[in-house]
Write a new protein. Structure first.
Length: 435
C-alpha cells in the first residue's frame, strides 16, 4: 500500500508551485511532503482572503555562522539571497549567547539596556537566578525594552511566535497574539506548519509579524564543531524547512506582501582539549559565586573584595582578560546593568574556562570539546547570518557585516511601524532598501 505522502505526490505535480512539486517528488520523506495536506487546504483557501498589510516572517537558525551559507548545500537560502539582500555577517551583541542575542534582535537594544545580560544571571533586586527554563524565562520582571511583537500589537497589528526567547513572558503586559510554549522536541515540519496555519487566517486575524526558531545547527555546532559535516547536514535540514515555508507562503499568494528575514544569533568557534583555563589555579572558588563559567566569566563575591578577586585573576593567564564591570571595553556595551556581575572575564577565541573538578567530570562523562560561542563579537567566528527578501528590499545585494542591534529598526520600517526607543540606527540598513 502507498504511504500517505506517496499518494499525495501526483496531486502535487498537478497543481502546486514547481518548487514545491520538485521537493514533494523526491523519494526521501521531507517536511514538504508532511505539509502537503495543509498546503492543499491552504491553496483552496486563497480565494477567500484579502491581501492586507505587510507581513514579516523572522526566522532564526540558532548558531549559524556567517560562512555556512557558502559551505553547506542550501539552495533555498541561496535563492532567497538572490532575490533579496545578504550581509557578509551579522555581528551579535555581547555576550554572543542565545537569549541575550535573540532579544537584541527583536528589541534593538544592547543587553545592558534590555536586561537579558546572559543566559544565566542573577538580579540583586529580584534575588533569583535566571535560566533559560520556563520558571524564570516566563517571568516578565527579567525582560526590559519592547520586543517587536509588542510594538506591532501596540500599533493595532497582530503578532505570532513559533518560539523566540521572551515570547512566553507578558512583557509590559503584552504577549504575542498567538504563541506556543517552548519545546525543542517540536519537529521542524510542525513549526513550519504552525506558521503557515497562522498565515492562512483571514486578513483581520492574520499576524503581521511572526517569529520562528530552529536549533539544529547550534546543537550540531556544539557537539561536533563548526567545521564538521554534521553542521553542514543540519544546515541542509533547515534549508529544507525554509523551502517548505516559502513554498507555503507562495501557495497562500502572500509572497508579494511578505518579507522573510533569516538571521542567526551568533556563530561558533572550535574548542580544543589544550585550550583550557583552570580558574582554581588562580582563585579560591569558595570565595566567589560563579554566575557564568565560559567563555564569558561572571563572578560575584561570597567573601573578600572585588579588588582582591580582580587582582588574583588580572594578567594571570594569557588567554583570559578580566575586568571590573564598570571597566569592560566600550565596544561590548556591557557595563550599565546591575545584573552584569561585578567581575567579568573574557576568554580568547577557542578557549574555555573551567575548574579541575568540572573538567574531571566532563572527561569522566566522555564529553569531547566541540564548538562554543559567547566570545567577543569582534571575532569573525562569532558573526552570524543575515539574509532577507521582500517587497521593500533590494534584489541580489551583498552588503558588509553589520550589528544585530540594527535589525529591529529595519523590521519596523518593513512593517510600517513606529519603533520604540532603541540602540539601533536606521542608516545602518538603508542600503538594503529599494531607493
Ligand atoms: P546556548 O546555550 O546559548 O547555545 O542556547 C541554545 C539553546 O537554547 C537551544 O538548544 C535551545 O534548546 C534553547 N532555547 C532556544 N530558545 C529557547 C526558548 N525560547 N526558551 C527556552 N530555551 C530556548
Ligand atoms: Zn544561540
Ligand atoms: Zn549554542
Amino acid at each position: 500500500m502507498k504511504s500517505r505522502s506517496e499518494r499525495f505526490a501526483p496531486a502535487c505535480s498537478a497543481g502546486l508551485q514547481s518548487c514545491l512539486r520538485r521537493r514533494a517528488c523526491r523519494p526521501k520523506v521531507s517536511a514538504g511532503r508532511a505539509l502537503l495536506p495543509l498546503l492543499l487546504v491552504l491553496a483552496l483557501c486563497v480565494g477567500c482572503r484579502g491581501a492586507g498589510s505587510p507581513i514579516l516572517v523572522l526566522i532564526s537558525f540558532d548558531g549559524w555562522r556567517w560562512d555556512y551559507i557558502d559551505r553547506a548545500k542550501v539552495p533555498n537560502l541561496q535563492t532567497l539571497a538572490a532575490r533579496g539582500v545578504r550581509a557578509e555577517g551579522l555581528i551579535p551583541s555581547f555576550p554572543s549567547n542565545t537569549f541575550p542575542s535573540h532579544y537584541t534582535l527583536v528589541t534593538g537594544l544592547y543587553p545592558e539596556h534590555h536586561g537579558i545580560v546572559s543566559n544565566s544571571m542573577v538580579d540583586p533586586v529580584i534575588g533569583e537566578r535566571f535560566s533559560m527554563s520556563a520558571d524564570t524565562a516566563n517571568d516578565p520582571r527579567w525582560w526590559g525594552g519592547e520586543p517587536l511583537w509588542a510594538t506591532a500589537i501596540r500599533q493595532g497589528r497582530r503578532a505570532a511566535s513559533m518560539f523566540w526567547p521572551g515570547s512566553e513572558a507578558p512583557i509590559g503586559g503584552v504577549r504575542p497574539t498567538y504563541w506556543r510554549p517552548f519545546d525543542d522536541a517540536v519537529p521542524n515540519a510542525e513549526r513550519v506548519r504552525q506558521v503557515l496555519e497562522w498565515l492562512a487566517l483571514p486578513a483581520d486575524e492574520r499576524p503581521s509579524f511572526i517569529t520562528v526558531y530552529f536549533s539544529d545547527v547550534d546543537s550540531a555546532g556544539h557537539d561536533f564543531g563548526p567545521e564538521s559535516t554534521e553542521v553542514l547536514d543540519a544546515a541542509g535540514r533547515l534549508d529544507q524547512a525554509l523551502g517548505d515555508l516559502i513554498a507555503g507562503i507562495d501557495t497562500l499568494q502572500l509572497l508579494e506582501t511578505t518579507s522573510v528575514i533569516v538571521v542567526s544569533d551568533h556563530g561558533m568557534s572550535q574548542l580544543d582539549e589544550d585550550r583550557i583555563i583552570l580558574l582554581d589555579d588562580y582563585l579560591d572558588l569558595s570565595t566567589v559565586d560563579v554566575i557564568d563559567w565560559t567563555p564569558t566569566l561572571g563572578l560575584a563575591l561570597r567573601s573578600g573584595s572585588v579588588d582582591a578577586v580582580y587582582q588574583s585573576l588580572k594578567g594571570k593567564h594569557p588567554a583570559l582578560a578580566v575586568y571590573k564591570r564598570e571597566d569592560t571595553p566600550w565596544h561590548l556595551h556591557y557595563s550599565r546593568h546591575p545584573r552584569i556581575p561585578p567581575i567579568v572575564g573574557l576568554a580568547d577565541e577557542g578557549w574555555r574556562i573551567t575548574s579541575r573538578e568540572r573538567l574531571a567530570s566532563e572527561r569522566a562523562a566522555g564529553r569531547k570539546p566541540g564548538g562554543a560561542h559567547g566570545y567577543d563579537p569582534a571575532y569573525k567566528s562569532m558573526h552570524g547570518l543575515f539574509v532577507a527578501a521582500g517587497p521593500r528590499l533590494r534584489r541580489g545585494a551583498v552588503l558588509p557585516a553589520f550589528e544585530s542591534v540594527n535589525v529591529y529598526e529595519l523590521m519596523c520600517w518593513l512593517l510600517g511601524l513606529e519603533p520604540a526607543r532603541n540602540d539601533g540606527d536606521r542608516d545602518a540598513t538603508r542600503e538594503f532598501l529599494v531607493p
